[in-house]
Design a protein around this ligand. Sequence first.
Ligand code: FAD
Ligand code: NAD
Length: 401
Amino acid sequence: MSKQKVVVLGAGYAGLKVVKQLQKKNLDLDIILVNKNNYHYESTQLHEVAAGTEPARKICFDVETVADKDKVMFIQDTVTKINREEQTVVLEKNDPIKYDYLVVALGFVSETFGIPGVDEFSYPLVNITTAEIAKSHLDETLRNYKESKDKNDLSIVVCGAGFTSIEYLGEITNRIPKMAAEFGFPESDVKITCIEAMPKLLPMFSEKLSKYGIDILKKRGVDFKVGTPIKEIKKGIVVYEENGELKEIKANTIIWTTGVKGSPVIGESGFEERRGRVMVEPDLTVKEYPNIYMIGDVSAVMDKDSGRPFPTTAQIALKQGEYVADNIENRVLDKPITPFEFKSLGTVASIGNNSGIGNVMGKEVKGYIGSIMKKSIINKSLLTVGNTKTLLKKGRFDYYR
Ligand code: FAD
Ligand code: NAD
């Protein structure tokens, strides 16, 4: 009899963690991993690549550093559809693959909410390609000012004020003085605006902590507009609403960070979803499809305490990956199954290289301590999804920069 096939889609935090754990178990299973690229990237550091404070190679490593060639068949390809009834996965270049167990971990894409002009005229930060494009555009535009003298070349708008936006602002405000010297533009003429729809900034933190973080960015020249939803993006223009009136800001760099949704493959494959996420069963499988697991940013897991799904984070994606590997083992070995449980350890947002704000295990952290916490979290994540080699090569040990 042929071995049962476990097919894992996506080599992000969730998918790679499943593979890493499952291959250790030496079960009588064929493990197949499919990923668009032959590398894993640390999505949590995309803002650094987009701002140009770290090169892409710093946050990437080969999938095969983790997926053992003797135990895992790696297919570099793009998944286009999952056929649930036939139990097959359709790929762009290769023949469809059949599965006995399927782990869907295809991650996130940018959420545009259907706002006109977003796709054409703004830059999202959702993968290595988009982060590198955003970086090249920023560099070219700022460099161009010396010739163009167009003040909009020095105007940057960051759309939304969630964590991605705040972390990106932290990085660019760190880098601008260096770029001003290199590209020959007056630093004081740079205009950075962050436009947020909601009336309050960083509502998940206490008033004091949120103010601490925002004040750092304000001191570095960021102008925050709150309660001002963006309605349209035109070439070099952001249209937003303020007190019932439509207003415009001109900027030749527009960064789009108003949130994320799960992979479009989920909807295209007919799963019951909301914003690309499937509300999963207690064992992270899909209702009526007990051999399909949905994990990471394509899943919604209910937090009983808040009555709302947990925010999509690398932290929960890694825990889900570990759980699914154990769950498959238990099923194969006919052992009892326990439901997935998650308790967040907290959140830290960096504000450039040497500051940060957050809550860690119920305690607030800020400033330099916040930055150390953030770097320790990055290092722990590298060790959890990768190994000691990836940690030593890609880890953050520049605590005093
Ligand atoms: P991903 O990490 O997105 O991985 C998905 C993988 O699937 C990728 O390798 C991708 O190439 C591949 N893939 C996608 N589509 C296809 C396809 N069709 N075919 C084949 N392969 C495909 N969370 C935290 O916990 N802490 C943080 O500090 C933090 N910081 C963040 C900073 C930024 C700038 C952003 C954008 C997010 C941050 N997050 C953070 C959230 C976190 O990055 C995500 O929740 C996490 O990446 C989800 O993991 P995942 O494995 O589901 O998906
Ligand atoms: P988000 O959804 O957390 O924030 C997006 C922000 O954009 C929100 O404040 C929202 O009100 C605003 N917005 C939405 N539509 C708008 C509009 N039309 N006009 C103006 N503002 C608008 O998204 P994110 O920051 O990209 O984060 C995505 C996920 O990744 C979240 O789950 C987040 O927790 C996680 N993340 C975590 C960290 C961290 O832990 N350090 C860092 C980055 C991202």
